[in-house]
Design a protein around this ligand. Structure first.
Ligand code: OSB
Ligand code: MG
Length: 367
């Protein structure tokens, strides 16, 4: 494949309700879409970086800059480009995994579309639908939280994840358990605690949570290993896992017994599959995280979540959980599941009118 150009398109979609976490409140999803054009086909990649460096060090403007100045030129100079060549072409550049993932995904999508092959099959998916959970933000009151959780359960979500932070942890968990019984329940702290909070976090032990996600700083892998010995709730890592190598190290150190896989965070779907394989080899359950993706990113996540090691429901929620109007045909929940796309590549296309309506800027990089 030979690339003839790359489009960097910034979009802005209002969220149906504000999403509050320990790192901030999102009311709009400002994201970047990468479209590669080759002699054979076009392909799309959604960059999961957010507008500010709050979840991770990456952010949309930074991703655009590094793609324009370094990654697109490096990939454009590769003879006979294919998706497996993107990682090696970008390996000399440190970090910026979300930007790398978006470009690799776009190339992979173009390649698979040209060959008529679906992403799910390419990755090794074994299911035609995946069970879905929903990530519920921090609210102003317990009453508001219970209403939100009740509505999601009515829609059919099979697992609830509560965002927590100091001051909003034991009480909301206890309230959800009391109201909704033995629903599958887990929490996500997005690094809001330290090891010295172990005794407090052990107060979550009686609630039979599936897991606690990323309680400590992303670099504090040893702290997670120590915490895992002090609490009963299984520790799951999100932010700390940036590659198959860091996954293997965290598992060996006893820092986690479950891993959240987000392709953007780890540099793409090919590395995400390698993490899946490492986890399967170690008997560590994985599940597919989310970054408030549009239908484009969601389609690819659902394909990944259909691999055999994804044994827990993911944060792969329906389009309506995020957006009034998605940029693709909306993903809708059916008995708590989303269907795995079967069309070539990521299997969905942006709807031109919807895409135009949310586009704030586009930049064409001719090659
Ligand atoms: O930590 O999993 C996270 C959203 C944005 C950034 C980080 C996270 C999240 C979520 C929502 O929890 C997942 C989703 O529904 O897309
Ligand atoms: Mg998380």
């Amino acid at each position: 494949m030979k690339l003839t150009g790359v489009e960097l398109r910034r979009i802005s979609l209002p969220l149906v309700s504000p999403f509050r976490t320990s790192f901030g409140t999102e009311t709009t999803r400002d994201a970047l879409l990468v479209r590669v054009v080759s002699t054979e086909a076009e392909g799309w990649g959604e960059c999961v970086a957010m507008s500010g460096p709050l979840y991770s060090s990456e952010y949309v403007d930074g991703a655009i800059d590094v793609l324009r100045r370094f990654f697109v030129p490096a990939v454009a100079s590769v003879e006979r480009l294919s998706a497996v060549g993107v990682g090696p072409a970008l390996a000399k550049f440190h970090g910026h995994r979300m930007a790398k993932a978006a470009l690799e995904t776009a190339v992979l999508d173009a390649e698979l579309r040209a060959e008529g092959r679906p992403l799910a099959r390419e990755l090794g998916a074994v299911h035609d639908r995946v069970p879905c959970g929903v990530s519920v933000g921090i609210m102003d009151s317990i009453g508001e939280l219970l209403d939100a959780v009740g509505a999601y359960l009515d829609e059919g979500y099979l697992r609830i994840k509560l965002k927590i932070q100091p001051g909003w942890d034991v009480e909301p968990v206890a309230a959800v358990r009391e109201r909704f019984g033995d629903v599958l329940l887990q929490v996500d702290a997005n690094t809001a605690y330290s090891v010295s909070d172990a005794r407090h976090l052990a107060r979550l032990d009686p609630f039979d949570l599936l897991l606690i996600e990323q309680p400590l700083d992303e670099e504090d892998v040893l702290g997670h290993a120590e915490l895992a010995r002090l609490i009963k709730t299984p520790v799951c890592l999100d932010e700390s896992i940036t590659s198959a190598r860091s996954a293997a190290a965290a598992i060996s150190l006893g820092a986690c017994s479950i891993i959240n896989v987000k392709p953007g965070r780890v540099g793409g779907y090919l590395e995400a599959r390698r993490i899946h394989d490492v986890c399967v080899a170690h008997g560590i359950p994985v599940w597919c995280g989310g970054m408030l993706e549009t239908g484009l990113g969601r389609a690819a996540n659902v394909a990944l979540a259909a691999l055999p090691g994804f044994t827990l429901p993911g944060d792969t929620s329906a389009s309506s959980r995020y957006y009034q109007t998605d940029i693709t045909t909306p993903f809708t929940l059916e008995n708590g599941h989303l269907p795995v796309p079967t069309a070539p590549g990521v299997g969905v296309d942006p709807l031109p009118d919807q895409l135009a309506a949310v586009t704030t800027t586009t930049e064409w990089l001719p090659l």
